[in-house]
Design a protein around this ligand. Structure first.
Ligand SMILES: Cc1ncc(C[n+]2csc(CCOP(=O)(O)OP(=O)(O)O)c2C)c(N)n1
Ligand SMILES: [Mg+2]
Length: 546
Protein backbone atom coordinates (compact mmCIF):
# COMPACT_ATOMS: atom_id res chain seq x y z
CA UNK A 1 0.00 0.00 0.00
CA UNK A 2 1.14 3.54 -0.61
CA UNK A 3 2.31 5.20 2.63
CA UNK A 4 -0.08 8.12 2.22
CA UNK A 5 -2.99 5.65 1.83
CA UNK A 6 -1.90 3.97 5.04
CA UNK A 7 -1.74 7.36 6.78
CA UNK A 8 -5.37 8.05 5.85
CA UNK A 9 -6.37 4.53 6.95
CA UNK A 10 -4.67 5.17 10.30
CA UNK A 11 -6.63 8.43 10.71
CA UNK A 12 -9.87 6.69 9.75
CA UNK A 13 -9.21 4.05 12.38
CA UNK A 14 -8.90 6.85 14.92
CA UNK A 15 -12.38 8.04 13.86
CA UNK A 16 -11.15 11.35 12.54
CA UNK A 17 -14.02 13.07 10.74
CA UNK A 18 -12.40 16.23 9.34
CA UNK A 19 -9.10 17.57 8.13
CA UNK A 20 -8.88 21.36 7.99
CA UNK A 21 -6.21 23.10 6.01
CA UNK A 22 -4.42 24.15 2.88
CA UNK A 23 -2.48 21.53 0.92
CA UNK A 24 0.76 22.37 -0.84
CA UNK A 25 2.55 20.45 -3.53
CA UNK A 26 4.34 18.37 -0.86
CA UNK A 27 0.94 17.06 0.33
CA UNK A 28 -0.36 15.93 -3.04
CA UNK A 29 0.03 12.18 -2.43
CA UNK A 30 -1.70 12.60 0.91
CA UNK A 31 -4.45 14.66 -0.71
CA UNK A 32 -4.98 12.03 -3.37
CA UNK A 33 -5.25 9.32 -0.71
CA UNK A 34 -7.83 11.44 1.11
CA UNK A 35 -10.02 11.53 -2.00
CA UNK A 36 -12.05 8.39 -1.42
CA UNK A 37 -11.99 8.60 2.36
CA UNK A 38 -14.92 9.20 4.71
CA UNK A 39 -12.77 11.94 6.28
CA UNK A 40 -13.96 15.31 4.99
CA UNK A 41 -11.42 17.84 3.78
CA UNK A 42 -12.32 21.37 4.79
CA UNK A 43 -10.25 23.92 2.92
CA UNK A 44 -9.60 27.14 4.77
CA UNK A 45 -8.12 30.44 3.68
CA UNK A 46 -5.34 30.53 6.24
CA UNK A 47 -3.54 27.71 8.05
CA UNK A 48 -3.90 29.50 11.38
CA UNK A 49 -7.67 29.36 11.04
CA UNK A 50 -7.48 25.66 10.12
CA UNK A 51 -5.51 25.08 13.31
CA UNK A 52 -8.04 26.98 15.42
CA UNK A 53 -10.84 24.93 13.85
CA UNK A 54 -9.07 21.61 14.46
CA UNK A 55 -8.35 22.60 18.07
CA UNK A 56 -12.00 23.54 18.59
CA UNK A 57 -13.11 20.15 17.27
CA UNK A 58 -10.81 18.65 19.91
CA UNK A 59 -12.11 20.95 22.61
CA UNK A 60 -15.75 20.15 21.90
CA UNK A 61 -15.49 16.41 21.29
CA UNK A 62 -12.43 15.29 23.31
CA UNK A 63 -11.30 13.58 20.09
CA UNK A 64 -8.27 14.89 18.22
CA UNK A 65 -8.98 17.55 15.60
CA UNK A 66 -6.69 17.38 12.59
CA UNK A 67 -5.23 20.06 10.33
CA UNK A 68 -2.97 19.95 7.30
CA UNK A 69 -0.44 22.26 5.72
CA UNK A 70 2.50 22.25 3.41
CA UNK A 71 6.10 22.68 4.55
CA UNK A 72 7.80 26.00 5.45
CA UNK A 73 5.34 28.90 5.22
CA UNK A 74 2.23 26.73 5.65
CA UNK A 75 3.71 25.03 8.70
CA UNK A 76 4.94 28.28 10.27
CA UNK A 77 1.39 29.58 9.96
CA UNK A 78 0.35 26.81 12.38
CA UNK A 79 2.45 28.18 15.22
CA UNK A 80 -0.23 30.26 16.97
CA UNK A 81 -2.84 27.54 16.59
CA UNK A 82 -0.42 24.99 18.08
CA UNK A 83 0.08 27.22 21.11
CA UNK A 84 -3.69 27.77 21.34
CA UNK A 85 -4.34 24.02 21.51
CA UNK A 86 -1.39 23.29 23.75
CA UNK A 87 -2.10 25.95 26.37
CA UNK A 88 -5.86 25.56 26.10
CA UNK A 89 -5.73 21.77 26.62
CA UNK A 90 -7.34 20.92 23.27
CA UNK A 91 -6.37 17.70 21.48
CA UNK A 92 -5.15 18.69 18.03
CA UNK A 93 -2.88 17.15 15.41
CA UNK A 94 -0.99 19.05 12.74
CA UNK A 95 0.21 17.21 9.65
CA UNK A 96 2.73 19.09 7.56
CA UNK A 97 4.52 18.21 4.33
CA UNK A 98 8.24 18.39 3.59
CA UNK A 99 10.56 18.16 0.60
CA UNK A 100 11.95 14.68 -0.09
CA UNK A 101 14.37 13.57 2.61
CA UNK A 102 16.09 10.74 0.74
CA UNK A 103 17.33 13.03 -2.01
CA UNK A 104 17.43 16.80 -2.36
CA UNK A 105 15.13 18.32 -4.96
CA UNK A 106 15.44 22.07 -4.74
CA UNK A 107 18.33 22.73 -2.40
CA UNK A 108 17.10 24.30 0.82
CA UNK A 109 14.19 26.11 -0.85
CA UNK A 110 11.30 26.60 1.64
CA UNK A 111 12.90 24.26 4.13
CA UNK A 112 12.47 25.17 7.78
CA UNK A 113 13.13 22.76 10.64
CA UNK A 114 9.45 22.44 11.50
CA UNK A 115 9.87 19.45 13.83
CA UNK A 116 12.15 21.47 16.09
CA UNK A 117 10.06 24.60 15.71
CA UNK A 118 7.11 22.64 17.11
CA UNK A 119 9.00 21.34 20.15
CA UNK A 120 8.01 24.00 22.68
CA UNK A 121 4.48 24.13 21.27
CA UNK A 122 3.48 20.47 21.30
CA UNK A 123 3.46 17.27 23.33
CA UNK A 124 4.97 15.31 20.44
CA UNK A 125 6.59 16.26 17.14
CA UNK A 126 8.14 13.79 14.69
CA UNK A 127 9.24 13.48 11.12
CA UNK A 128 8.06 10.25 9.52
CA UNK A 129 11.13 8.69 7.92
CA UNK A 130 9.57 5.44 6.67
CA UNK A 131 6.10 4.35 5.63
CA UNK A 132 6.38 1.40 8.00
CA UNK A 133 6.36 3.78 10.98
CA UNK A 134 3.08 5.46 10.12
CA UNK A 135 0.74 3.31 12.24
CA UNK A 136 2.78 3.70 15.41
CA UNK A 137 3.49 7.41 14.88
CA UNK A 138 -0.18 8.22 14.30
CA UNK A 139 -1.35 6.12 17.25
CA UNK A 140 1.27 7.63 19.55
CA UNK A 141 0.49 11.19 18.43
CA UNK A 142 -3.23 10.75 19.00
CA UNK A 143 -2.73 8.93 22.28
CA UNK A 144 -0.67 11.85 23.55
CA UNK A 145 -2.94 14.54 22.13
CA UNK A 146 -5.92 13.08 24.02
CA UNK A 147 -4.22 12.05 27.25
CA UNK A 148 -4.71 14.54 30.10
CA UNK A 149 -3.77 17.34 29.80
CA UNK A 150 -4.78 17.28 26.13
CA UNK A 151 -2.76 19.34 23.69
CA UNK A 152 -1.11 19.72 20.30
CA UNK A 153 0.93 17.12 18.40
CA UNK A 154 2.69 17.29 15.05
CA UNK A 155 3.70 14.83 12.34
CA UNK A 156 5.76 15.75 9.30
CA UNK A 157 5.21 13.59 6.22
CA UNK A 158 7.92 14.22 3.59
CA UNK A 159 6.75 13.85 0.01
CA UNK A 160 9.04 10.94 -0.91
CA UNK A 161 7.97 8.99 2.19
CA UNK A 162 4.32 9.65 1.34
CA UNK A 163 4.85 8.01 -2.03
CA UNK A 164 6.73 4.96 -0.65
CA UNK A 165 5.20 1.52 -0.45
CA UNK A 166 4.65 -0.22 2.88
CA UNK A 167 3.01 -3.37 4.16
CA UNK A 168 2.79 -2.21 7.78
CA UNK A 169 -0.51 -2.82 9.52
CA UNK A 170 -2.52 -0.52 11.75
CA UNK A 171 -2.18 -0.57 15.52
CA UNK A 172 -5.19 -1.10 17.76
CA UNK A 173 -5.91 1.41 20.47
CA UNK A 174 -5.19 -0.10 23.88
CA UNK A 175 -7.84 -0.49 26.58
CA UNK A 176 -6.81 1.97 29.23
CA UNK A 177 -8.40 3.66 32.23
CA UNK A 178 -7.10 6.79 33.85
CA UNK A 179 -5.55 6.25 37.26
CA UNK A 180 -7.52 7.39 40.25
CA UNK A 181 -6.42 9.31 43.31
CA UNK A 182 -5.06 7.30 46.18
CA UNK A 183 -7.41 6.99 49.15
CA UNK A 184 -4.97 8.63 51.56
CA UNK A 185 -4.86 11.80 49.53
CA UNK A 186 -8.66 11.87 49.50
CA UNK A 187 -8.70 11.43 53.29
CA UNK A 188 -6.26 14.30 53.67
CA UNK A 189 -8.51 16.52 51.61
CA UNK A 190 -11.58 15.42 53.55
CA UNK A 191 -9.86 16.20 56.84
CA UNK A 192 -9.00 19.74 55.73
CA UNK A 193 -12.48 20.20 54.37
CA UNK A 194 -14.18 19.06 57.58
CA UNK A 195 -11.99 21.36 59.68
CA UNK A 196 -12.49 24.43 57.49
CA UNK A 197 -14.97 27.14 58.40
CA UNK A 198 -15.51 28.74 55.02
CA UNK A 199 -14.64 26.29 52.24
CA UNK A 200 -15.24 27.43 48.68
CA UNK A 201 -15.16 25.46 45.45
CA UNK A 202 -13.39 26.63 42.29
CA UNK A 203 -14.22 25.05 38.93
CA UNK A 204 -11.64 25.36 36.15
CA UNK A 205 -11.07 24.17 32.59
CA UNK A 206 -9.99 20.64 33.59
CA UNK A 207 -13.42 20.07 35.14
CA UNK A 208 -15.01 20.54 31.75
CA UNK A 209 -15.65 16.82 31.24
CA UNK A 210 -19.11 15.25 31.16
CA UNK A 211 -18.68 12.92 34.12
CA UNK A 212 -17.04 15.65 36.21
CA UNK A 213 -20.04 17.98 35.76
CA UNK A 214 -22.32 15.25 37.06
CA UNK A 215 -20.13 14.42 40.06
CA UNK A 216 -19.64 18.08 40.93
CA UNK A 217 -23.35 18.72 40.86
CA UNK A 218 -23.89 15.83 43.27
CA UNK A 219 -21.06 17.01 45.52
CA UNK A 220 -22.42 20.54 45.67
CA UNK A 221 -25.95 19.24 46.20
CA UNK A 222 -24.79 17.18 49.14
CA UNK A 223 -22.40 19.62 50.81
CA UNK A 224 -24.00 22.95 49.78
CA UNK A 225 -20.54 24.44 49.35
CA UNK A 226 -20.80 27.54 47.13
CA UNK A 227 -18.70 27.67 43.96
CA UNK A 228 -17.17 30.03 41.46
CA UNK A 229 -15.45 29.34 38.15
CA UNK A 230 -12.53 30.42 36.02
CA UNK A 231 -13.33 31.80 32.58
CA UNK A 232 -12.70 28.40 30.98
CA UNK A 233 -14.69 26.61 33.66
CA UNK A 234 -17.85 28.53 32.76
CA UNK A 235 -20.87 26.34 32.19
CA UNK A 236 -19.48 23.14 33.74
CA UNK A 237 -22.42 23.66 36.09
CA UNK A 238 -25.38 25.80 35.06
CA UNK A 239 -24.55 29.29 36.30
CA UNK A 240 -28.16 29.77 37.43
CA UNK A 241 -27.41 27.35 40.28
CA UNK A 242 -28.34 28.87 43.65
CA UNK A 243 -24.80 28.36 44.97
CA UNK A 244 -23.01 29.85 41.95
CA UNK A 245 -21.00 32.98 42.73
CA UNK A 246 -20.21 33.42 39.06
CA UNK A 247 -16.93 33.70 37.23
CA UNK A 248 -13.65 35.23 38.35
CA UNK A 249 -13.18 37.15 35.11
CA UNK A 250 -10.62 39.40 36.78
CA UNK A 251 -7.82 38.17 39.02
CA UNK A 252 -8.62 40.49 41.93
CA UNK A 253 -10.86 43.18 43.37
CA UNK A 254 -14.16 42.04 41.89
CA UNK A 255 -17.14 41.07 44.04
CA UNK A 256 -16.29 37.36 43.86
CA UNK A 257 -12.87 38.11 45.36
CA UNK A 258 -14.58 39.23 48.56
CA UNK A 259 -15.82 35.66 48.93
CA UNK A 260 -12.35 34.32 48.12
CA UNK A 261 -10.80 36.59 50.78
CA UNK A 262 -13.29 35.26 53.28
CA UNK A 263 -12.61 31.62 52.42
CA UNK A 264 -10.13 29.63 54.50
CA UNK A 265 -10.03 26.71 52.09
CA UNK A 266 -10.43 26.52 48.33
CA UNK A 267 -11.08 23.21 46.62
CA UNK A 268 -9.63 23.86 43.20
CA UNK A 269 -11.15 21.47 40.71
CA UNK A 270 -9.39 21.53 37.36
CA UNK A 271 -7.73 24.93 37.31
CA UNK A 272 -4.04 25.06 36.46
CA UNK A 273 -1.76 28.09 36.23
CA UNK A 274 -1.79 28.13 32.44
CA UNK A 275 -5.14 29.87 32.63
CA UNK A 276 -5.04 33.47 33.85
CA UNK A 277 -5.37 33.23 37.65
CA UNK A 278 -8.88 33.59 39.07
CA UNK A 279 -7.23 34.82 42.29
CA UNK A 280 -3.73 35.20 43.66
CA UNK A 281 -2.41 33.17 46.52
CA UNK A 282 -0.17 35.21 48.78
CA UNK A 283 0.56 35.56 52.44
CA UNK A 284 -2.28 34.68 54.78
CA UNK A 285 -3.96 31.57 55.91
CA UNK A 286 -5.74 30.47 52.78
CA UNK A 287 -5.32 26.77 52.09
CA UNK A 288 -5.79 25.31 48.64
CA UNK A 289 -6.47 21.71 47.64
CA UNK A 290 -5.45 21.05 44.05
CA UNK A 291 -7.71 18.47 42.40
CA UNK A 292 -6.59 17.61 38.91
CA UNK A 293 -5.44 14.89 36.54
CA UNK A 294 -1.88 16.05 37.13
CA UNK A 295 0.08 17.63 39.94
CA UNK A 296 0.29 21.38 40.49
CA UNK A 297 2.97 23.55 38.89
CA UNK A 298 4.17 25.76 41.69
CA UNK A 299 4.09 29.45 40.99
CA UNK A 300 4.44 32.61 43.10
CA UNK A 301 0.66 33.01 42.84
CA UNK A 302 -0.24 29.33 43.23
CA UNK A 303 1.24 26.86 45.75
CA UNK A 304 -1.46 24.50 47.00
CA UNK A 305 -0.87 22.71 50.32
CA UNK A 306 -2.61 19.45 49.38
CA UNK A 307 -2.97 17.71 46.02
CA UNK A 308 -5.43 15.09 44.93
CA UNK A 309 -4.04 13.76 41.67
CA UNK A 310 -6.02 11.40 39.46
CA UNK A 311 -9.18 11.27 37.40
CA UNK A 312 -11.10 14.36 38.51
CA UNK A 313 -14.59 12.88 38.28
CA UNK A 314 -13.51 9.94 40.40
CA UNK A 315 -11.81 12.21 42.95
CA UNK A 316 -14.97 14.25 43.37
CA UNK A 317 -17.00 11.06 43.69
CA UNK A 318 -14.60 9.78 46.38
CA UNK A 319 -14.77 13.15 48.17
CA UNK A 320 -18.56 13.06 48.02
CA UNK A 321 -18.63 9.62 49.61
CA UNK A 322 -16.41 10.64 52.49
CA UNK A 323 -17.48 14.21 53.23
CA UNK A 324 -20.31 15.06 55.58
CA UNK A 325 -21.79 18.53 55.74
CA UNK A 326 -20.00 19.92 58.78
CA UNK A 327 -21.42 22.05 61.58
CA UNK A 328 -18.20 24.14 61.37
CA UNK A 329 -19.16 25.43 57.98
CA UNK A 330 -20.52 28.89 57.70
CA UNK A 331 -21.52 30.11 54.25
CA UNK A 332 -23.49 33.18 55.35
CA UNK A 333 -21.02 35.67 53.95
CA UNK A 334 -20.81 33.78 50.64
CA UNK A 335 -24.59 33.96 50.32
CA UNK A 336 -24.43 37.67 51.04
CA UNK A 337 -21.77 38.13 48.34
CA UNK A 338 -23.86 36.13 45.89
CA UNK A 339 -26.81 38.45 46.44
CA UNK A 340 -24.61 41.47 45.76
CA UNK A 341 -23.14 39.85 42.63
CA UNK A 342 -26.58 39.01 41.26
CA UNK A 343 -27.75 42.58 41.89
CA UNK A 344 -24.66 44.05 40.31
CA UNK A 345 -24.98 41.94 37.18
CA UNK A 346 -28.34 43.51 36.47
CA UNK A 347 -26.83 47.00 36.35
CA UNK A 348 -26.64 48.26 32.81
CA UNK A 349 -28.52 45.24 31.50
CA UNK A 350 -31.15 47.46 29.88
CA UNK A 351 -29.03 50.56 29.27
CA UNK A 352 -30.67 52.25 26.26
CA UNK A 353 -27.65 54.30 25.16
CA UNK A 354 -26.07 53.75 21.78
CA UNK A 355 -23.36 52.91 20.68
CA UNK A 356 -24.23 49.95 22.83
CA UNK A 357 -22.75 49.40 26.30
CA UNK A 358 -21.11 46.01 26.85
CA UNK A 359 -23.38 45.08 29.78
CA UNK A 360 -26.48 45.54 27.64
CA UNK A 361 -24.97 43.73 24.68
CA UNK A 362 -24.14 40.70 26.82
CA UNK A 363 -27.63 40.52 28.33
CA UNK A 364 -29.30 40.94 24.95
CA UNK A 365 -27.31 38.08 23.48
CA UNK A 366 -28.14 35.87 26.48
CA UNK A 367 -31.81 36.71 26.19
CA UNK A 368 -31.97 35.83 22.50
CA UNK A 369 -29.90 32.62 22.55
CA UNK A 370 -31.54 29.32 23.50
CA UNK A 371 -30.22 27.21 26.41
CA UNK A 372 -27.74 25.33 24.24
CA UNK A 373 -26.86 28.29 22.01
CA UNK A 374 -23.13 28.90 21.72
CA UNK A 375 -21.09 32.09 21.95
CA UNK A 376 -17.61 31.84 20.46
CA UNK A 377 -15.48 34.76 21.53
CA UNK A 378 -12.39 36.28 20.05
CA UNK A 379 -10.06 38.19 22.39
CA UNK A 380 -10.76 41.74 23.43
CA UNK A 381 -12.07 43.67 26.40
CA UNK A 382 -15.60 42.35 25.83
CA UNK A 383 -14.33 38.91 26.91
CA UNK A 384 -14.21 40.19 30.47
CA UNK A 385 -17.81 41.40 30.21
CA UNK A 386 -18.92 38.04 28.86
CA UNK A 387 -17.02 36.10 31.49
CA UNK A 388 -18.49 38.26 34.29
CA UNK A 389 -21.98 38.98 33.05
CA UNK A 390 -23.05 36.19 30.69
CA UNK A 391 -24.64 33.20 32.38
CA UNK A 392 -23.71 29.91 30.75
CA UNK A 393 -26.40 27.26 31.14
CA UNK A 394 -24.47 24.33 29.69
CA UNK A 395 -20.85 23.33 29.30
CA UNK A 396 -19.04 24.47 26.16
CA UNK A 397 -21.64 27.10 25.40
CA UNK A 398 -19.17 29.95 25.97
CA UNK A 399 -16.00 29.23 24.05
CA UNK A 400 -13.32 31.64 25.08
CA UNK A 401 -9.58 31.36 25.26
CA UNK A 402 -8.08 32.46 28.53
CA UNK A 403 -4.89 30.43 28.13
CA UNK A 404 -3.08 31.70 25.03
CA UNK A 405 -5.74 34.41 24.77
CA UNK A 406 -5.01 34.92 21.12
CA UNK A 407 -6.89 37.21 18.81
CA UNK A 408 -8.25 35.69 15.59
CA UNK A 409 -9.85 32.50 16.93
CA UNK A 410 -13.43 33.79 17.30
CA UNK A 411 -14.68 33.15 13.77
CA UNK A 412 -12.76 29.88 13.18
CA UNK A 413 -13.95 28.45 16.50
CA UNK A 414 -17.54 29.36 15.63
CA UNK A 415 -17.23 27.65 12.25
CA UNK A 416 -15.93 24.48 13.92
CA UNK A 417 -18.70 24.65 16.55
CA UNK A 418 -21.35 24.83 13.87
CA UNK A 419 -19.78 21.84 12.13
CA UNK A 420 -19.92 19.82 15.36
CA UNK A 421 -23.41 21.04 16.32
CA UNK A 422 -25.26 21.83 13.08
CA UNK A 423 -28.58 22.16 14.91
CA UNK A 424 -27.46 24.67 17.48
CA UNK A 425 -27.46 28.46 17.23
CA UNK A 426 -23.88 29.71 17.08
CA UNK A 427 -22.79 33.32 17.47
CA UNK A 428 -19.24 34.53 17.09
CA UNK A 429 -18.43 37.73 18.97
CA UNK A 430 -15.29 39.50 17.81
CA UNK A 431 -13.65 42.86 18.23
CA UNK A 432 -12.98 44.83 15.05
CA UNK A 433 -9.30 44.01 15.64
CA UNK A 434 -9.62 40.27 16.20
CA UNK A 435 -12.22 39.79 13.46
CA UNK A 436 -9.85 41.25 10.87
CA UNK A 437 -7.18 38.72 11.84
CA UNK A 438 -9.15 35.86 10.27
CA UNK A 439 -12.04 37.55 8.48
CA UNK A 440 -11.17 35.68 5.28
CA UNK A 441 -12.82 32.60 6.82
CA UNK A 442 -16.19 34.18 6.02
CA UNK A 443 -15.65 32.58 2.64
CA UNK A 444 -15.16 29.17 4.29
CA UNK A 445 -18.39 29.60 6.25
CA UNK A 446 -20.28 30.59 3.11
CA UNK A 447 -18.82 27.69 1.11
CA UNK A 448 -19.85 25.25 3.84
CA UNK A 449 -23.39 26.69 3.79
CA UNK A 450 -23.30 27.35 7.51
CA UNK A 451 -25.94 29.31 9.38
CA UNK A 452 -23.82 31.55 11.52
CA UNK A 453 -23.99 34.99 13.11
CA UNK A 454 -20.87 37.09 13.54
CA UNK A 455 -21.08 40.17 15.73
CA UNK A 456 -18.28 42.67 15.28
CA UNK A 457 -17.91 45.08 18.17
CA UNK A 458 -16.71 48.21 16.47
CA UNK A 459 -14.78 50.73 18.56
CA UNK A 460 -12.22 51.44 15.81
CA UNK A 461 -9.44 50.50 18.19
CA UNK A 462 -7.58 47.81 20.07
CA UNK A 463 -9.95 48.49 22.95
CA UNK A 464 -8.53 45.97 25.40
CA UNK A 465 -5.11 47.59 25.25
CA UNK A 466 -6.70 51.04 25.62
CA UNK A 467 -8.33 49.79 28.78
CA UNK A 468 -4.99 48.54 30.14
CA UNK A 469 -3.32 51.78 29.04
CA UNK A 470 -5.84 53.77 31.07
CA UNK A 471 -5.38 51.41 34.01
CA UNK A 472 -1.65 52.12 33.96
CA UNK A 473 -2.28 55.86 33.99
CA UNK A 474 -0.96 56.42 30.46
CA UNK A 475 -2.49 58.83 28.00
CA UNK A 476 -4.68 57.42 25.25
CA UNK A 477 -2.27 57.02 22.33
CA UNK A 478 -1.38 54.72 19.48
CA UNK A 479 -4.28 52.28 19.45
CA UNK A 480 -6.87 53.68 17.02
CA UNK A 481 -7.49 52.59 13.46
CA UNK A 482 -10.07 52.78 10.69
CA UNK A 483 -12.26 49.92 9.48
CA UNK A 484 -13.75 48.75 6.22
CA UNK A 485 -17.49 49.15 5.79
CA UNK A 486 -18.35 45.83 7.42
CA UNK A 487 -21.80 45.61 5.84
CA UNK A 488 -20.34 45.91 2.35
CA UNK A 489 -17.50 43.63 3.36
CA UNK A 490 -19.99 40.93 4.39
CA UNK A 491 -21.94 41.38 1.19
CA UNK A 492 -18.84 41.00 -0.94
CA UNK A 493 -18.51 37.47 0.48
CA UNK A 494 -22.16 36.65 -0.12
CA UNK A 495 -23.00 37.07 3.56
CA UNK A 496 -25.68 39.40 4.85
CA UNK A 497 -24.57 42.59 6.58
CA UNK A 498 -26.51 44.47 9.26
CA UNK A 499 -25.80 47.68 11.10
CA UNK A 500 -28.28 48.29 13.94
CA UNK A 501 -28.74 51.92 14.93
CA UNK A 502 -29.97 51.44 18.48
CA UNK A 503 -29.61 49.00 21.36
CA UNK A 504 -33.19 47.89 20.85
CA UNK A 505 -32.64 47.30 17.17
CA UNK A 506 -29.59 45.17 17.93
CA UNK A 507 -31.48 42.50 19.78
CA UNK A 508 -34.20 42.42 17.11
CA UNK A 509 -31.56 42.13 14.39
CA UNK A 510 -29.83 39.33 16.26
CA UNK A 511 -33.06 37.42 16.67
CA UNK A 512 -33.86 37.77 12.97
CA UNK A 513 -30.37 36.65 11.99
CA UNK A 514 -30.49 33.62 14.27
CA UNK A 515 -33.76 32.57 12.74
CA UNK A 516 -32.68 32.85 9.14
CA UNK A 517 -30.31 30.95 6.92
CA UNK A 518 -26.79 31.83 5.92
CA UNK A 519 -23.94 33.85 7.32
CA UNK A 520 -24.91 37.13 8.97
CA UNK A 521 -22.54 39.81 10.05
CA UNK A 522 -23.70 42.44 12.53
CA UNK A 523 -21.60 45.58 12.65
CA UNK A 524 -22.28 46.77 16.19
CA UNK A 525 -20.92 50.10 17.38
CA UNK A 526 -19.83 49.70 20.98
CA UNK A 527 -19.11 52.29 23.67
CA UNK A 528 -16.15 51.34 25.83
CA UNK A 529 -15.86 54.73 27.53
CA UNK A 530 -16.88 53.33 30.90
CA UNK A 531 -14.62 50.28 30.89
CA UNK A 532 -11.86 52.03 32.78
CA UNK A 533 -14.20 53.58 35.34
CA UNK A 534 -16.16 50.41 36.01
CA UNK A 535 -13.63 47.61 35.64
CA UNK A 536 -10.57 49.38 36.98
CA UNK A 537 -12.08 51.54 39.73
CA UNK A 538 -15.74 51.12 40.58
CA UNK A 539 -15.68 47.35 41.02
CA UNK A 540 -12.80 47.60 43.49
CA UNK A 541 -14.50 50.39 45.48
CA UNK A 542 -17.94 48.85 45.55
CA UNK A 543 -16.84 45.31 46.24
CA UNK A 544 -14.82 46.57 49.22
CA UNK A 545 -18.09 47.59 50.83
CA UNK A 546 -19.67 44.16 50.50
C1 LIG B 1 -2.66 37.63 18.15
C2 LIG B 1 -2.71 38.62 19.24
N1 LIG B 1 -2.12 39.82 19.08
C3 LIG B 1 -2.17 40.75 20.06
C4 LIG B 1 -2.79 40.48 21.24
C5 LIG B 1 -2.85 41.51 22.36
N2 LIG B 1 -4.21 42.02 22.43
C6 LIG B 1 -5.12 41.50 23.28
S1 LIG B 1 -6.62 42.18 23.10
C7 LIG B 1 -6.08 43.23 21.92
C8 LIG B 1 -7.01 44.22 21.30
C9 LIG B 1 -8.23 43.59 20.76
O1 LIG B 1 -8.88 44.53 19.94
P1 LIG B 1 -10.28 44.17 19.32
O2 LIG B 1 -10.26 42.84 18.71
O3 LIG B 1 -10.75 45.29 18.48
O4 LIG B 1 -11.19 44.03 20.62
P2 LIG B 1 -11.66 45.22 21.60
O5 LIG B 1 -10.89 45.06 22.87
O6 LIG B 1 -11.39 46.53 20.92
O7 LIG B 1 -13.13 45.00 21.77
C10 LIG B 1 -4.73 43.04 21.65
C11 LIG B 1 -3.95 43.80 20.66
C12 LIG B 1 -3.39 39.20 21.38
N3 LIG B 1 -3.99 38.81 22.50
N4 LIG B 1 -3.34 38.31 20.36
MG1 LIG C 1 -11.82 47.00 18.91
Amino acid sequence: MKASDLFIKALEKENIDYIFGIPGEENLDFLNSLKGSKIKLILTRHEQAAGFMAATIGRLTGKTGVCLSTLGPGATNFVTAAAYAQLGGMPMMMITGQKPIKSSKQGQFQIVDIVNMMKPLTKYTKQIVAGDNIPSRVREAIRLAEEEKPGAVHLELPEDIAADLTDASLIEKSQVRRSVAEEKSILQAVELLQKAKHPLLLIGAGANRKMTSKMLLEFIGKTKIPFFTTQMGKGVIDERHELCLGCAALSSKDFVHRAIENADLILNVGHDVVEKPPFFMGKGNLQVIHINFFSASVDPVYFPQVEVVGDIANSIWQLSQKTKASSNWDFKYFHHVKKKIDEHLLEGASDPRFPIYPQRMVQDIRAVLPEDGMVCLDNGVYKIWFARNYRAYQSNTVLLDNALATMGAGLPSAIASKIVFPNRKVVSVCGDGGFMMNSQELETAIRLNLDLVVIILRDNAYGMIKWKQANMGFENWGLDYGNPDFVKYAESYGAKGHRPGSAEEFSKTLETCLNSKGVHLIDLAVDYSENDRILNKELAERSKQV
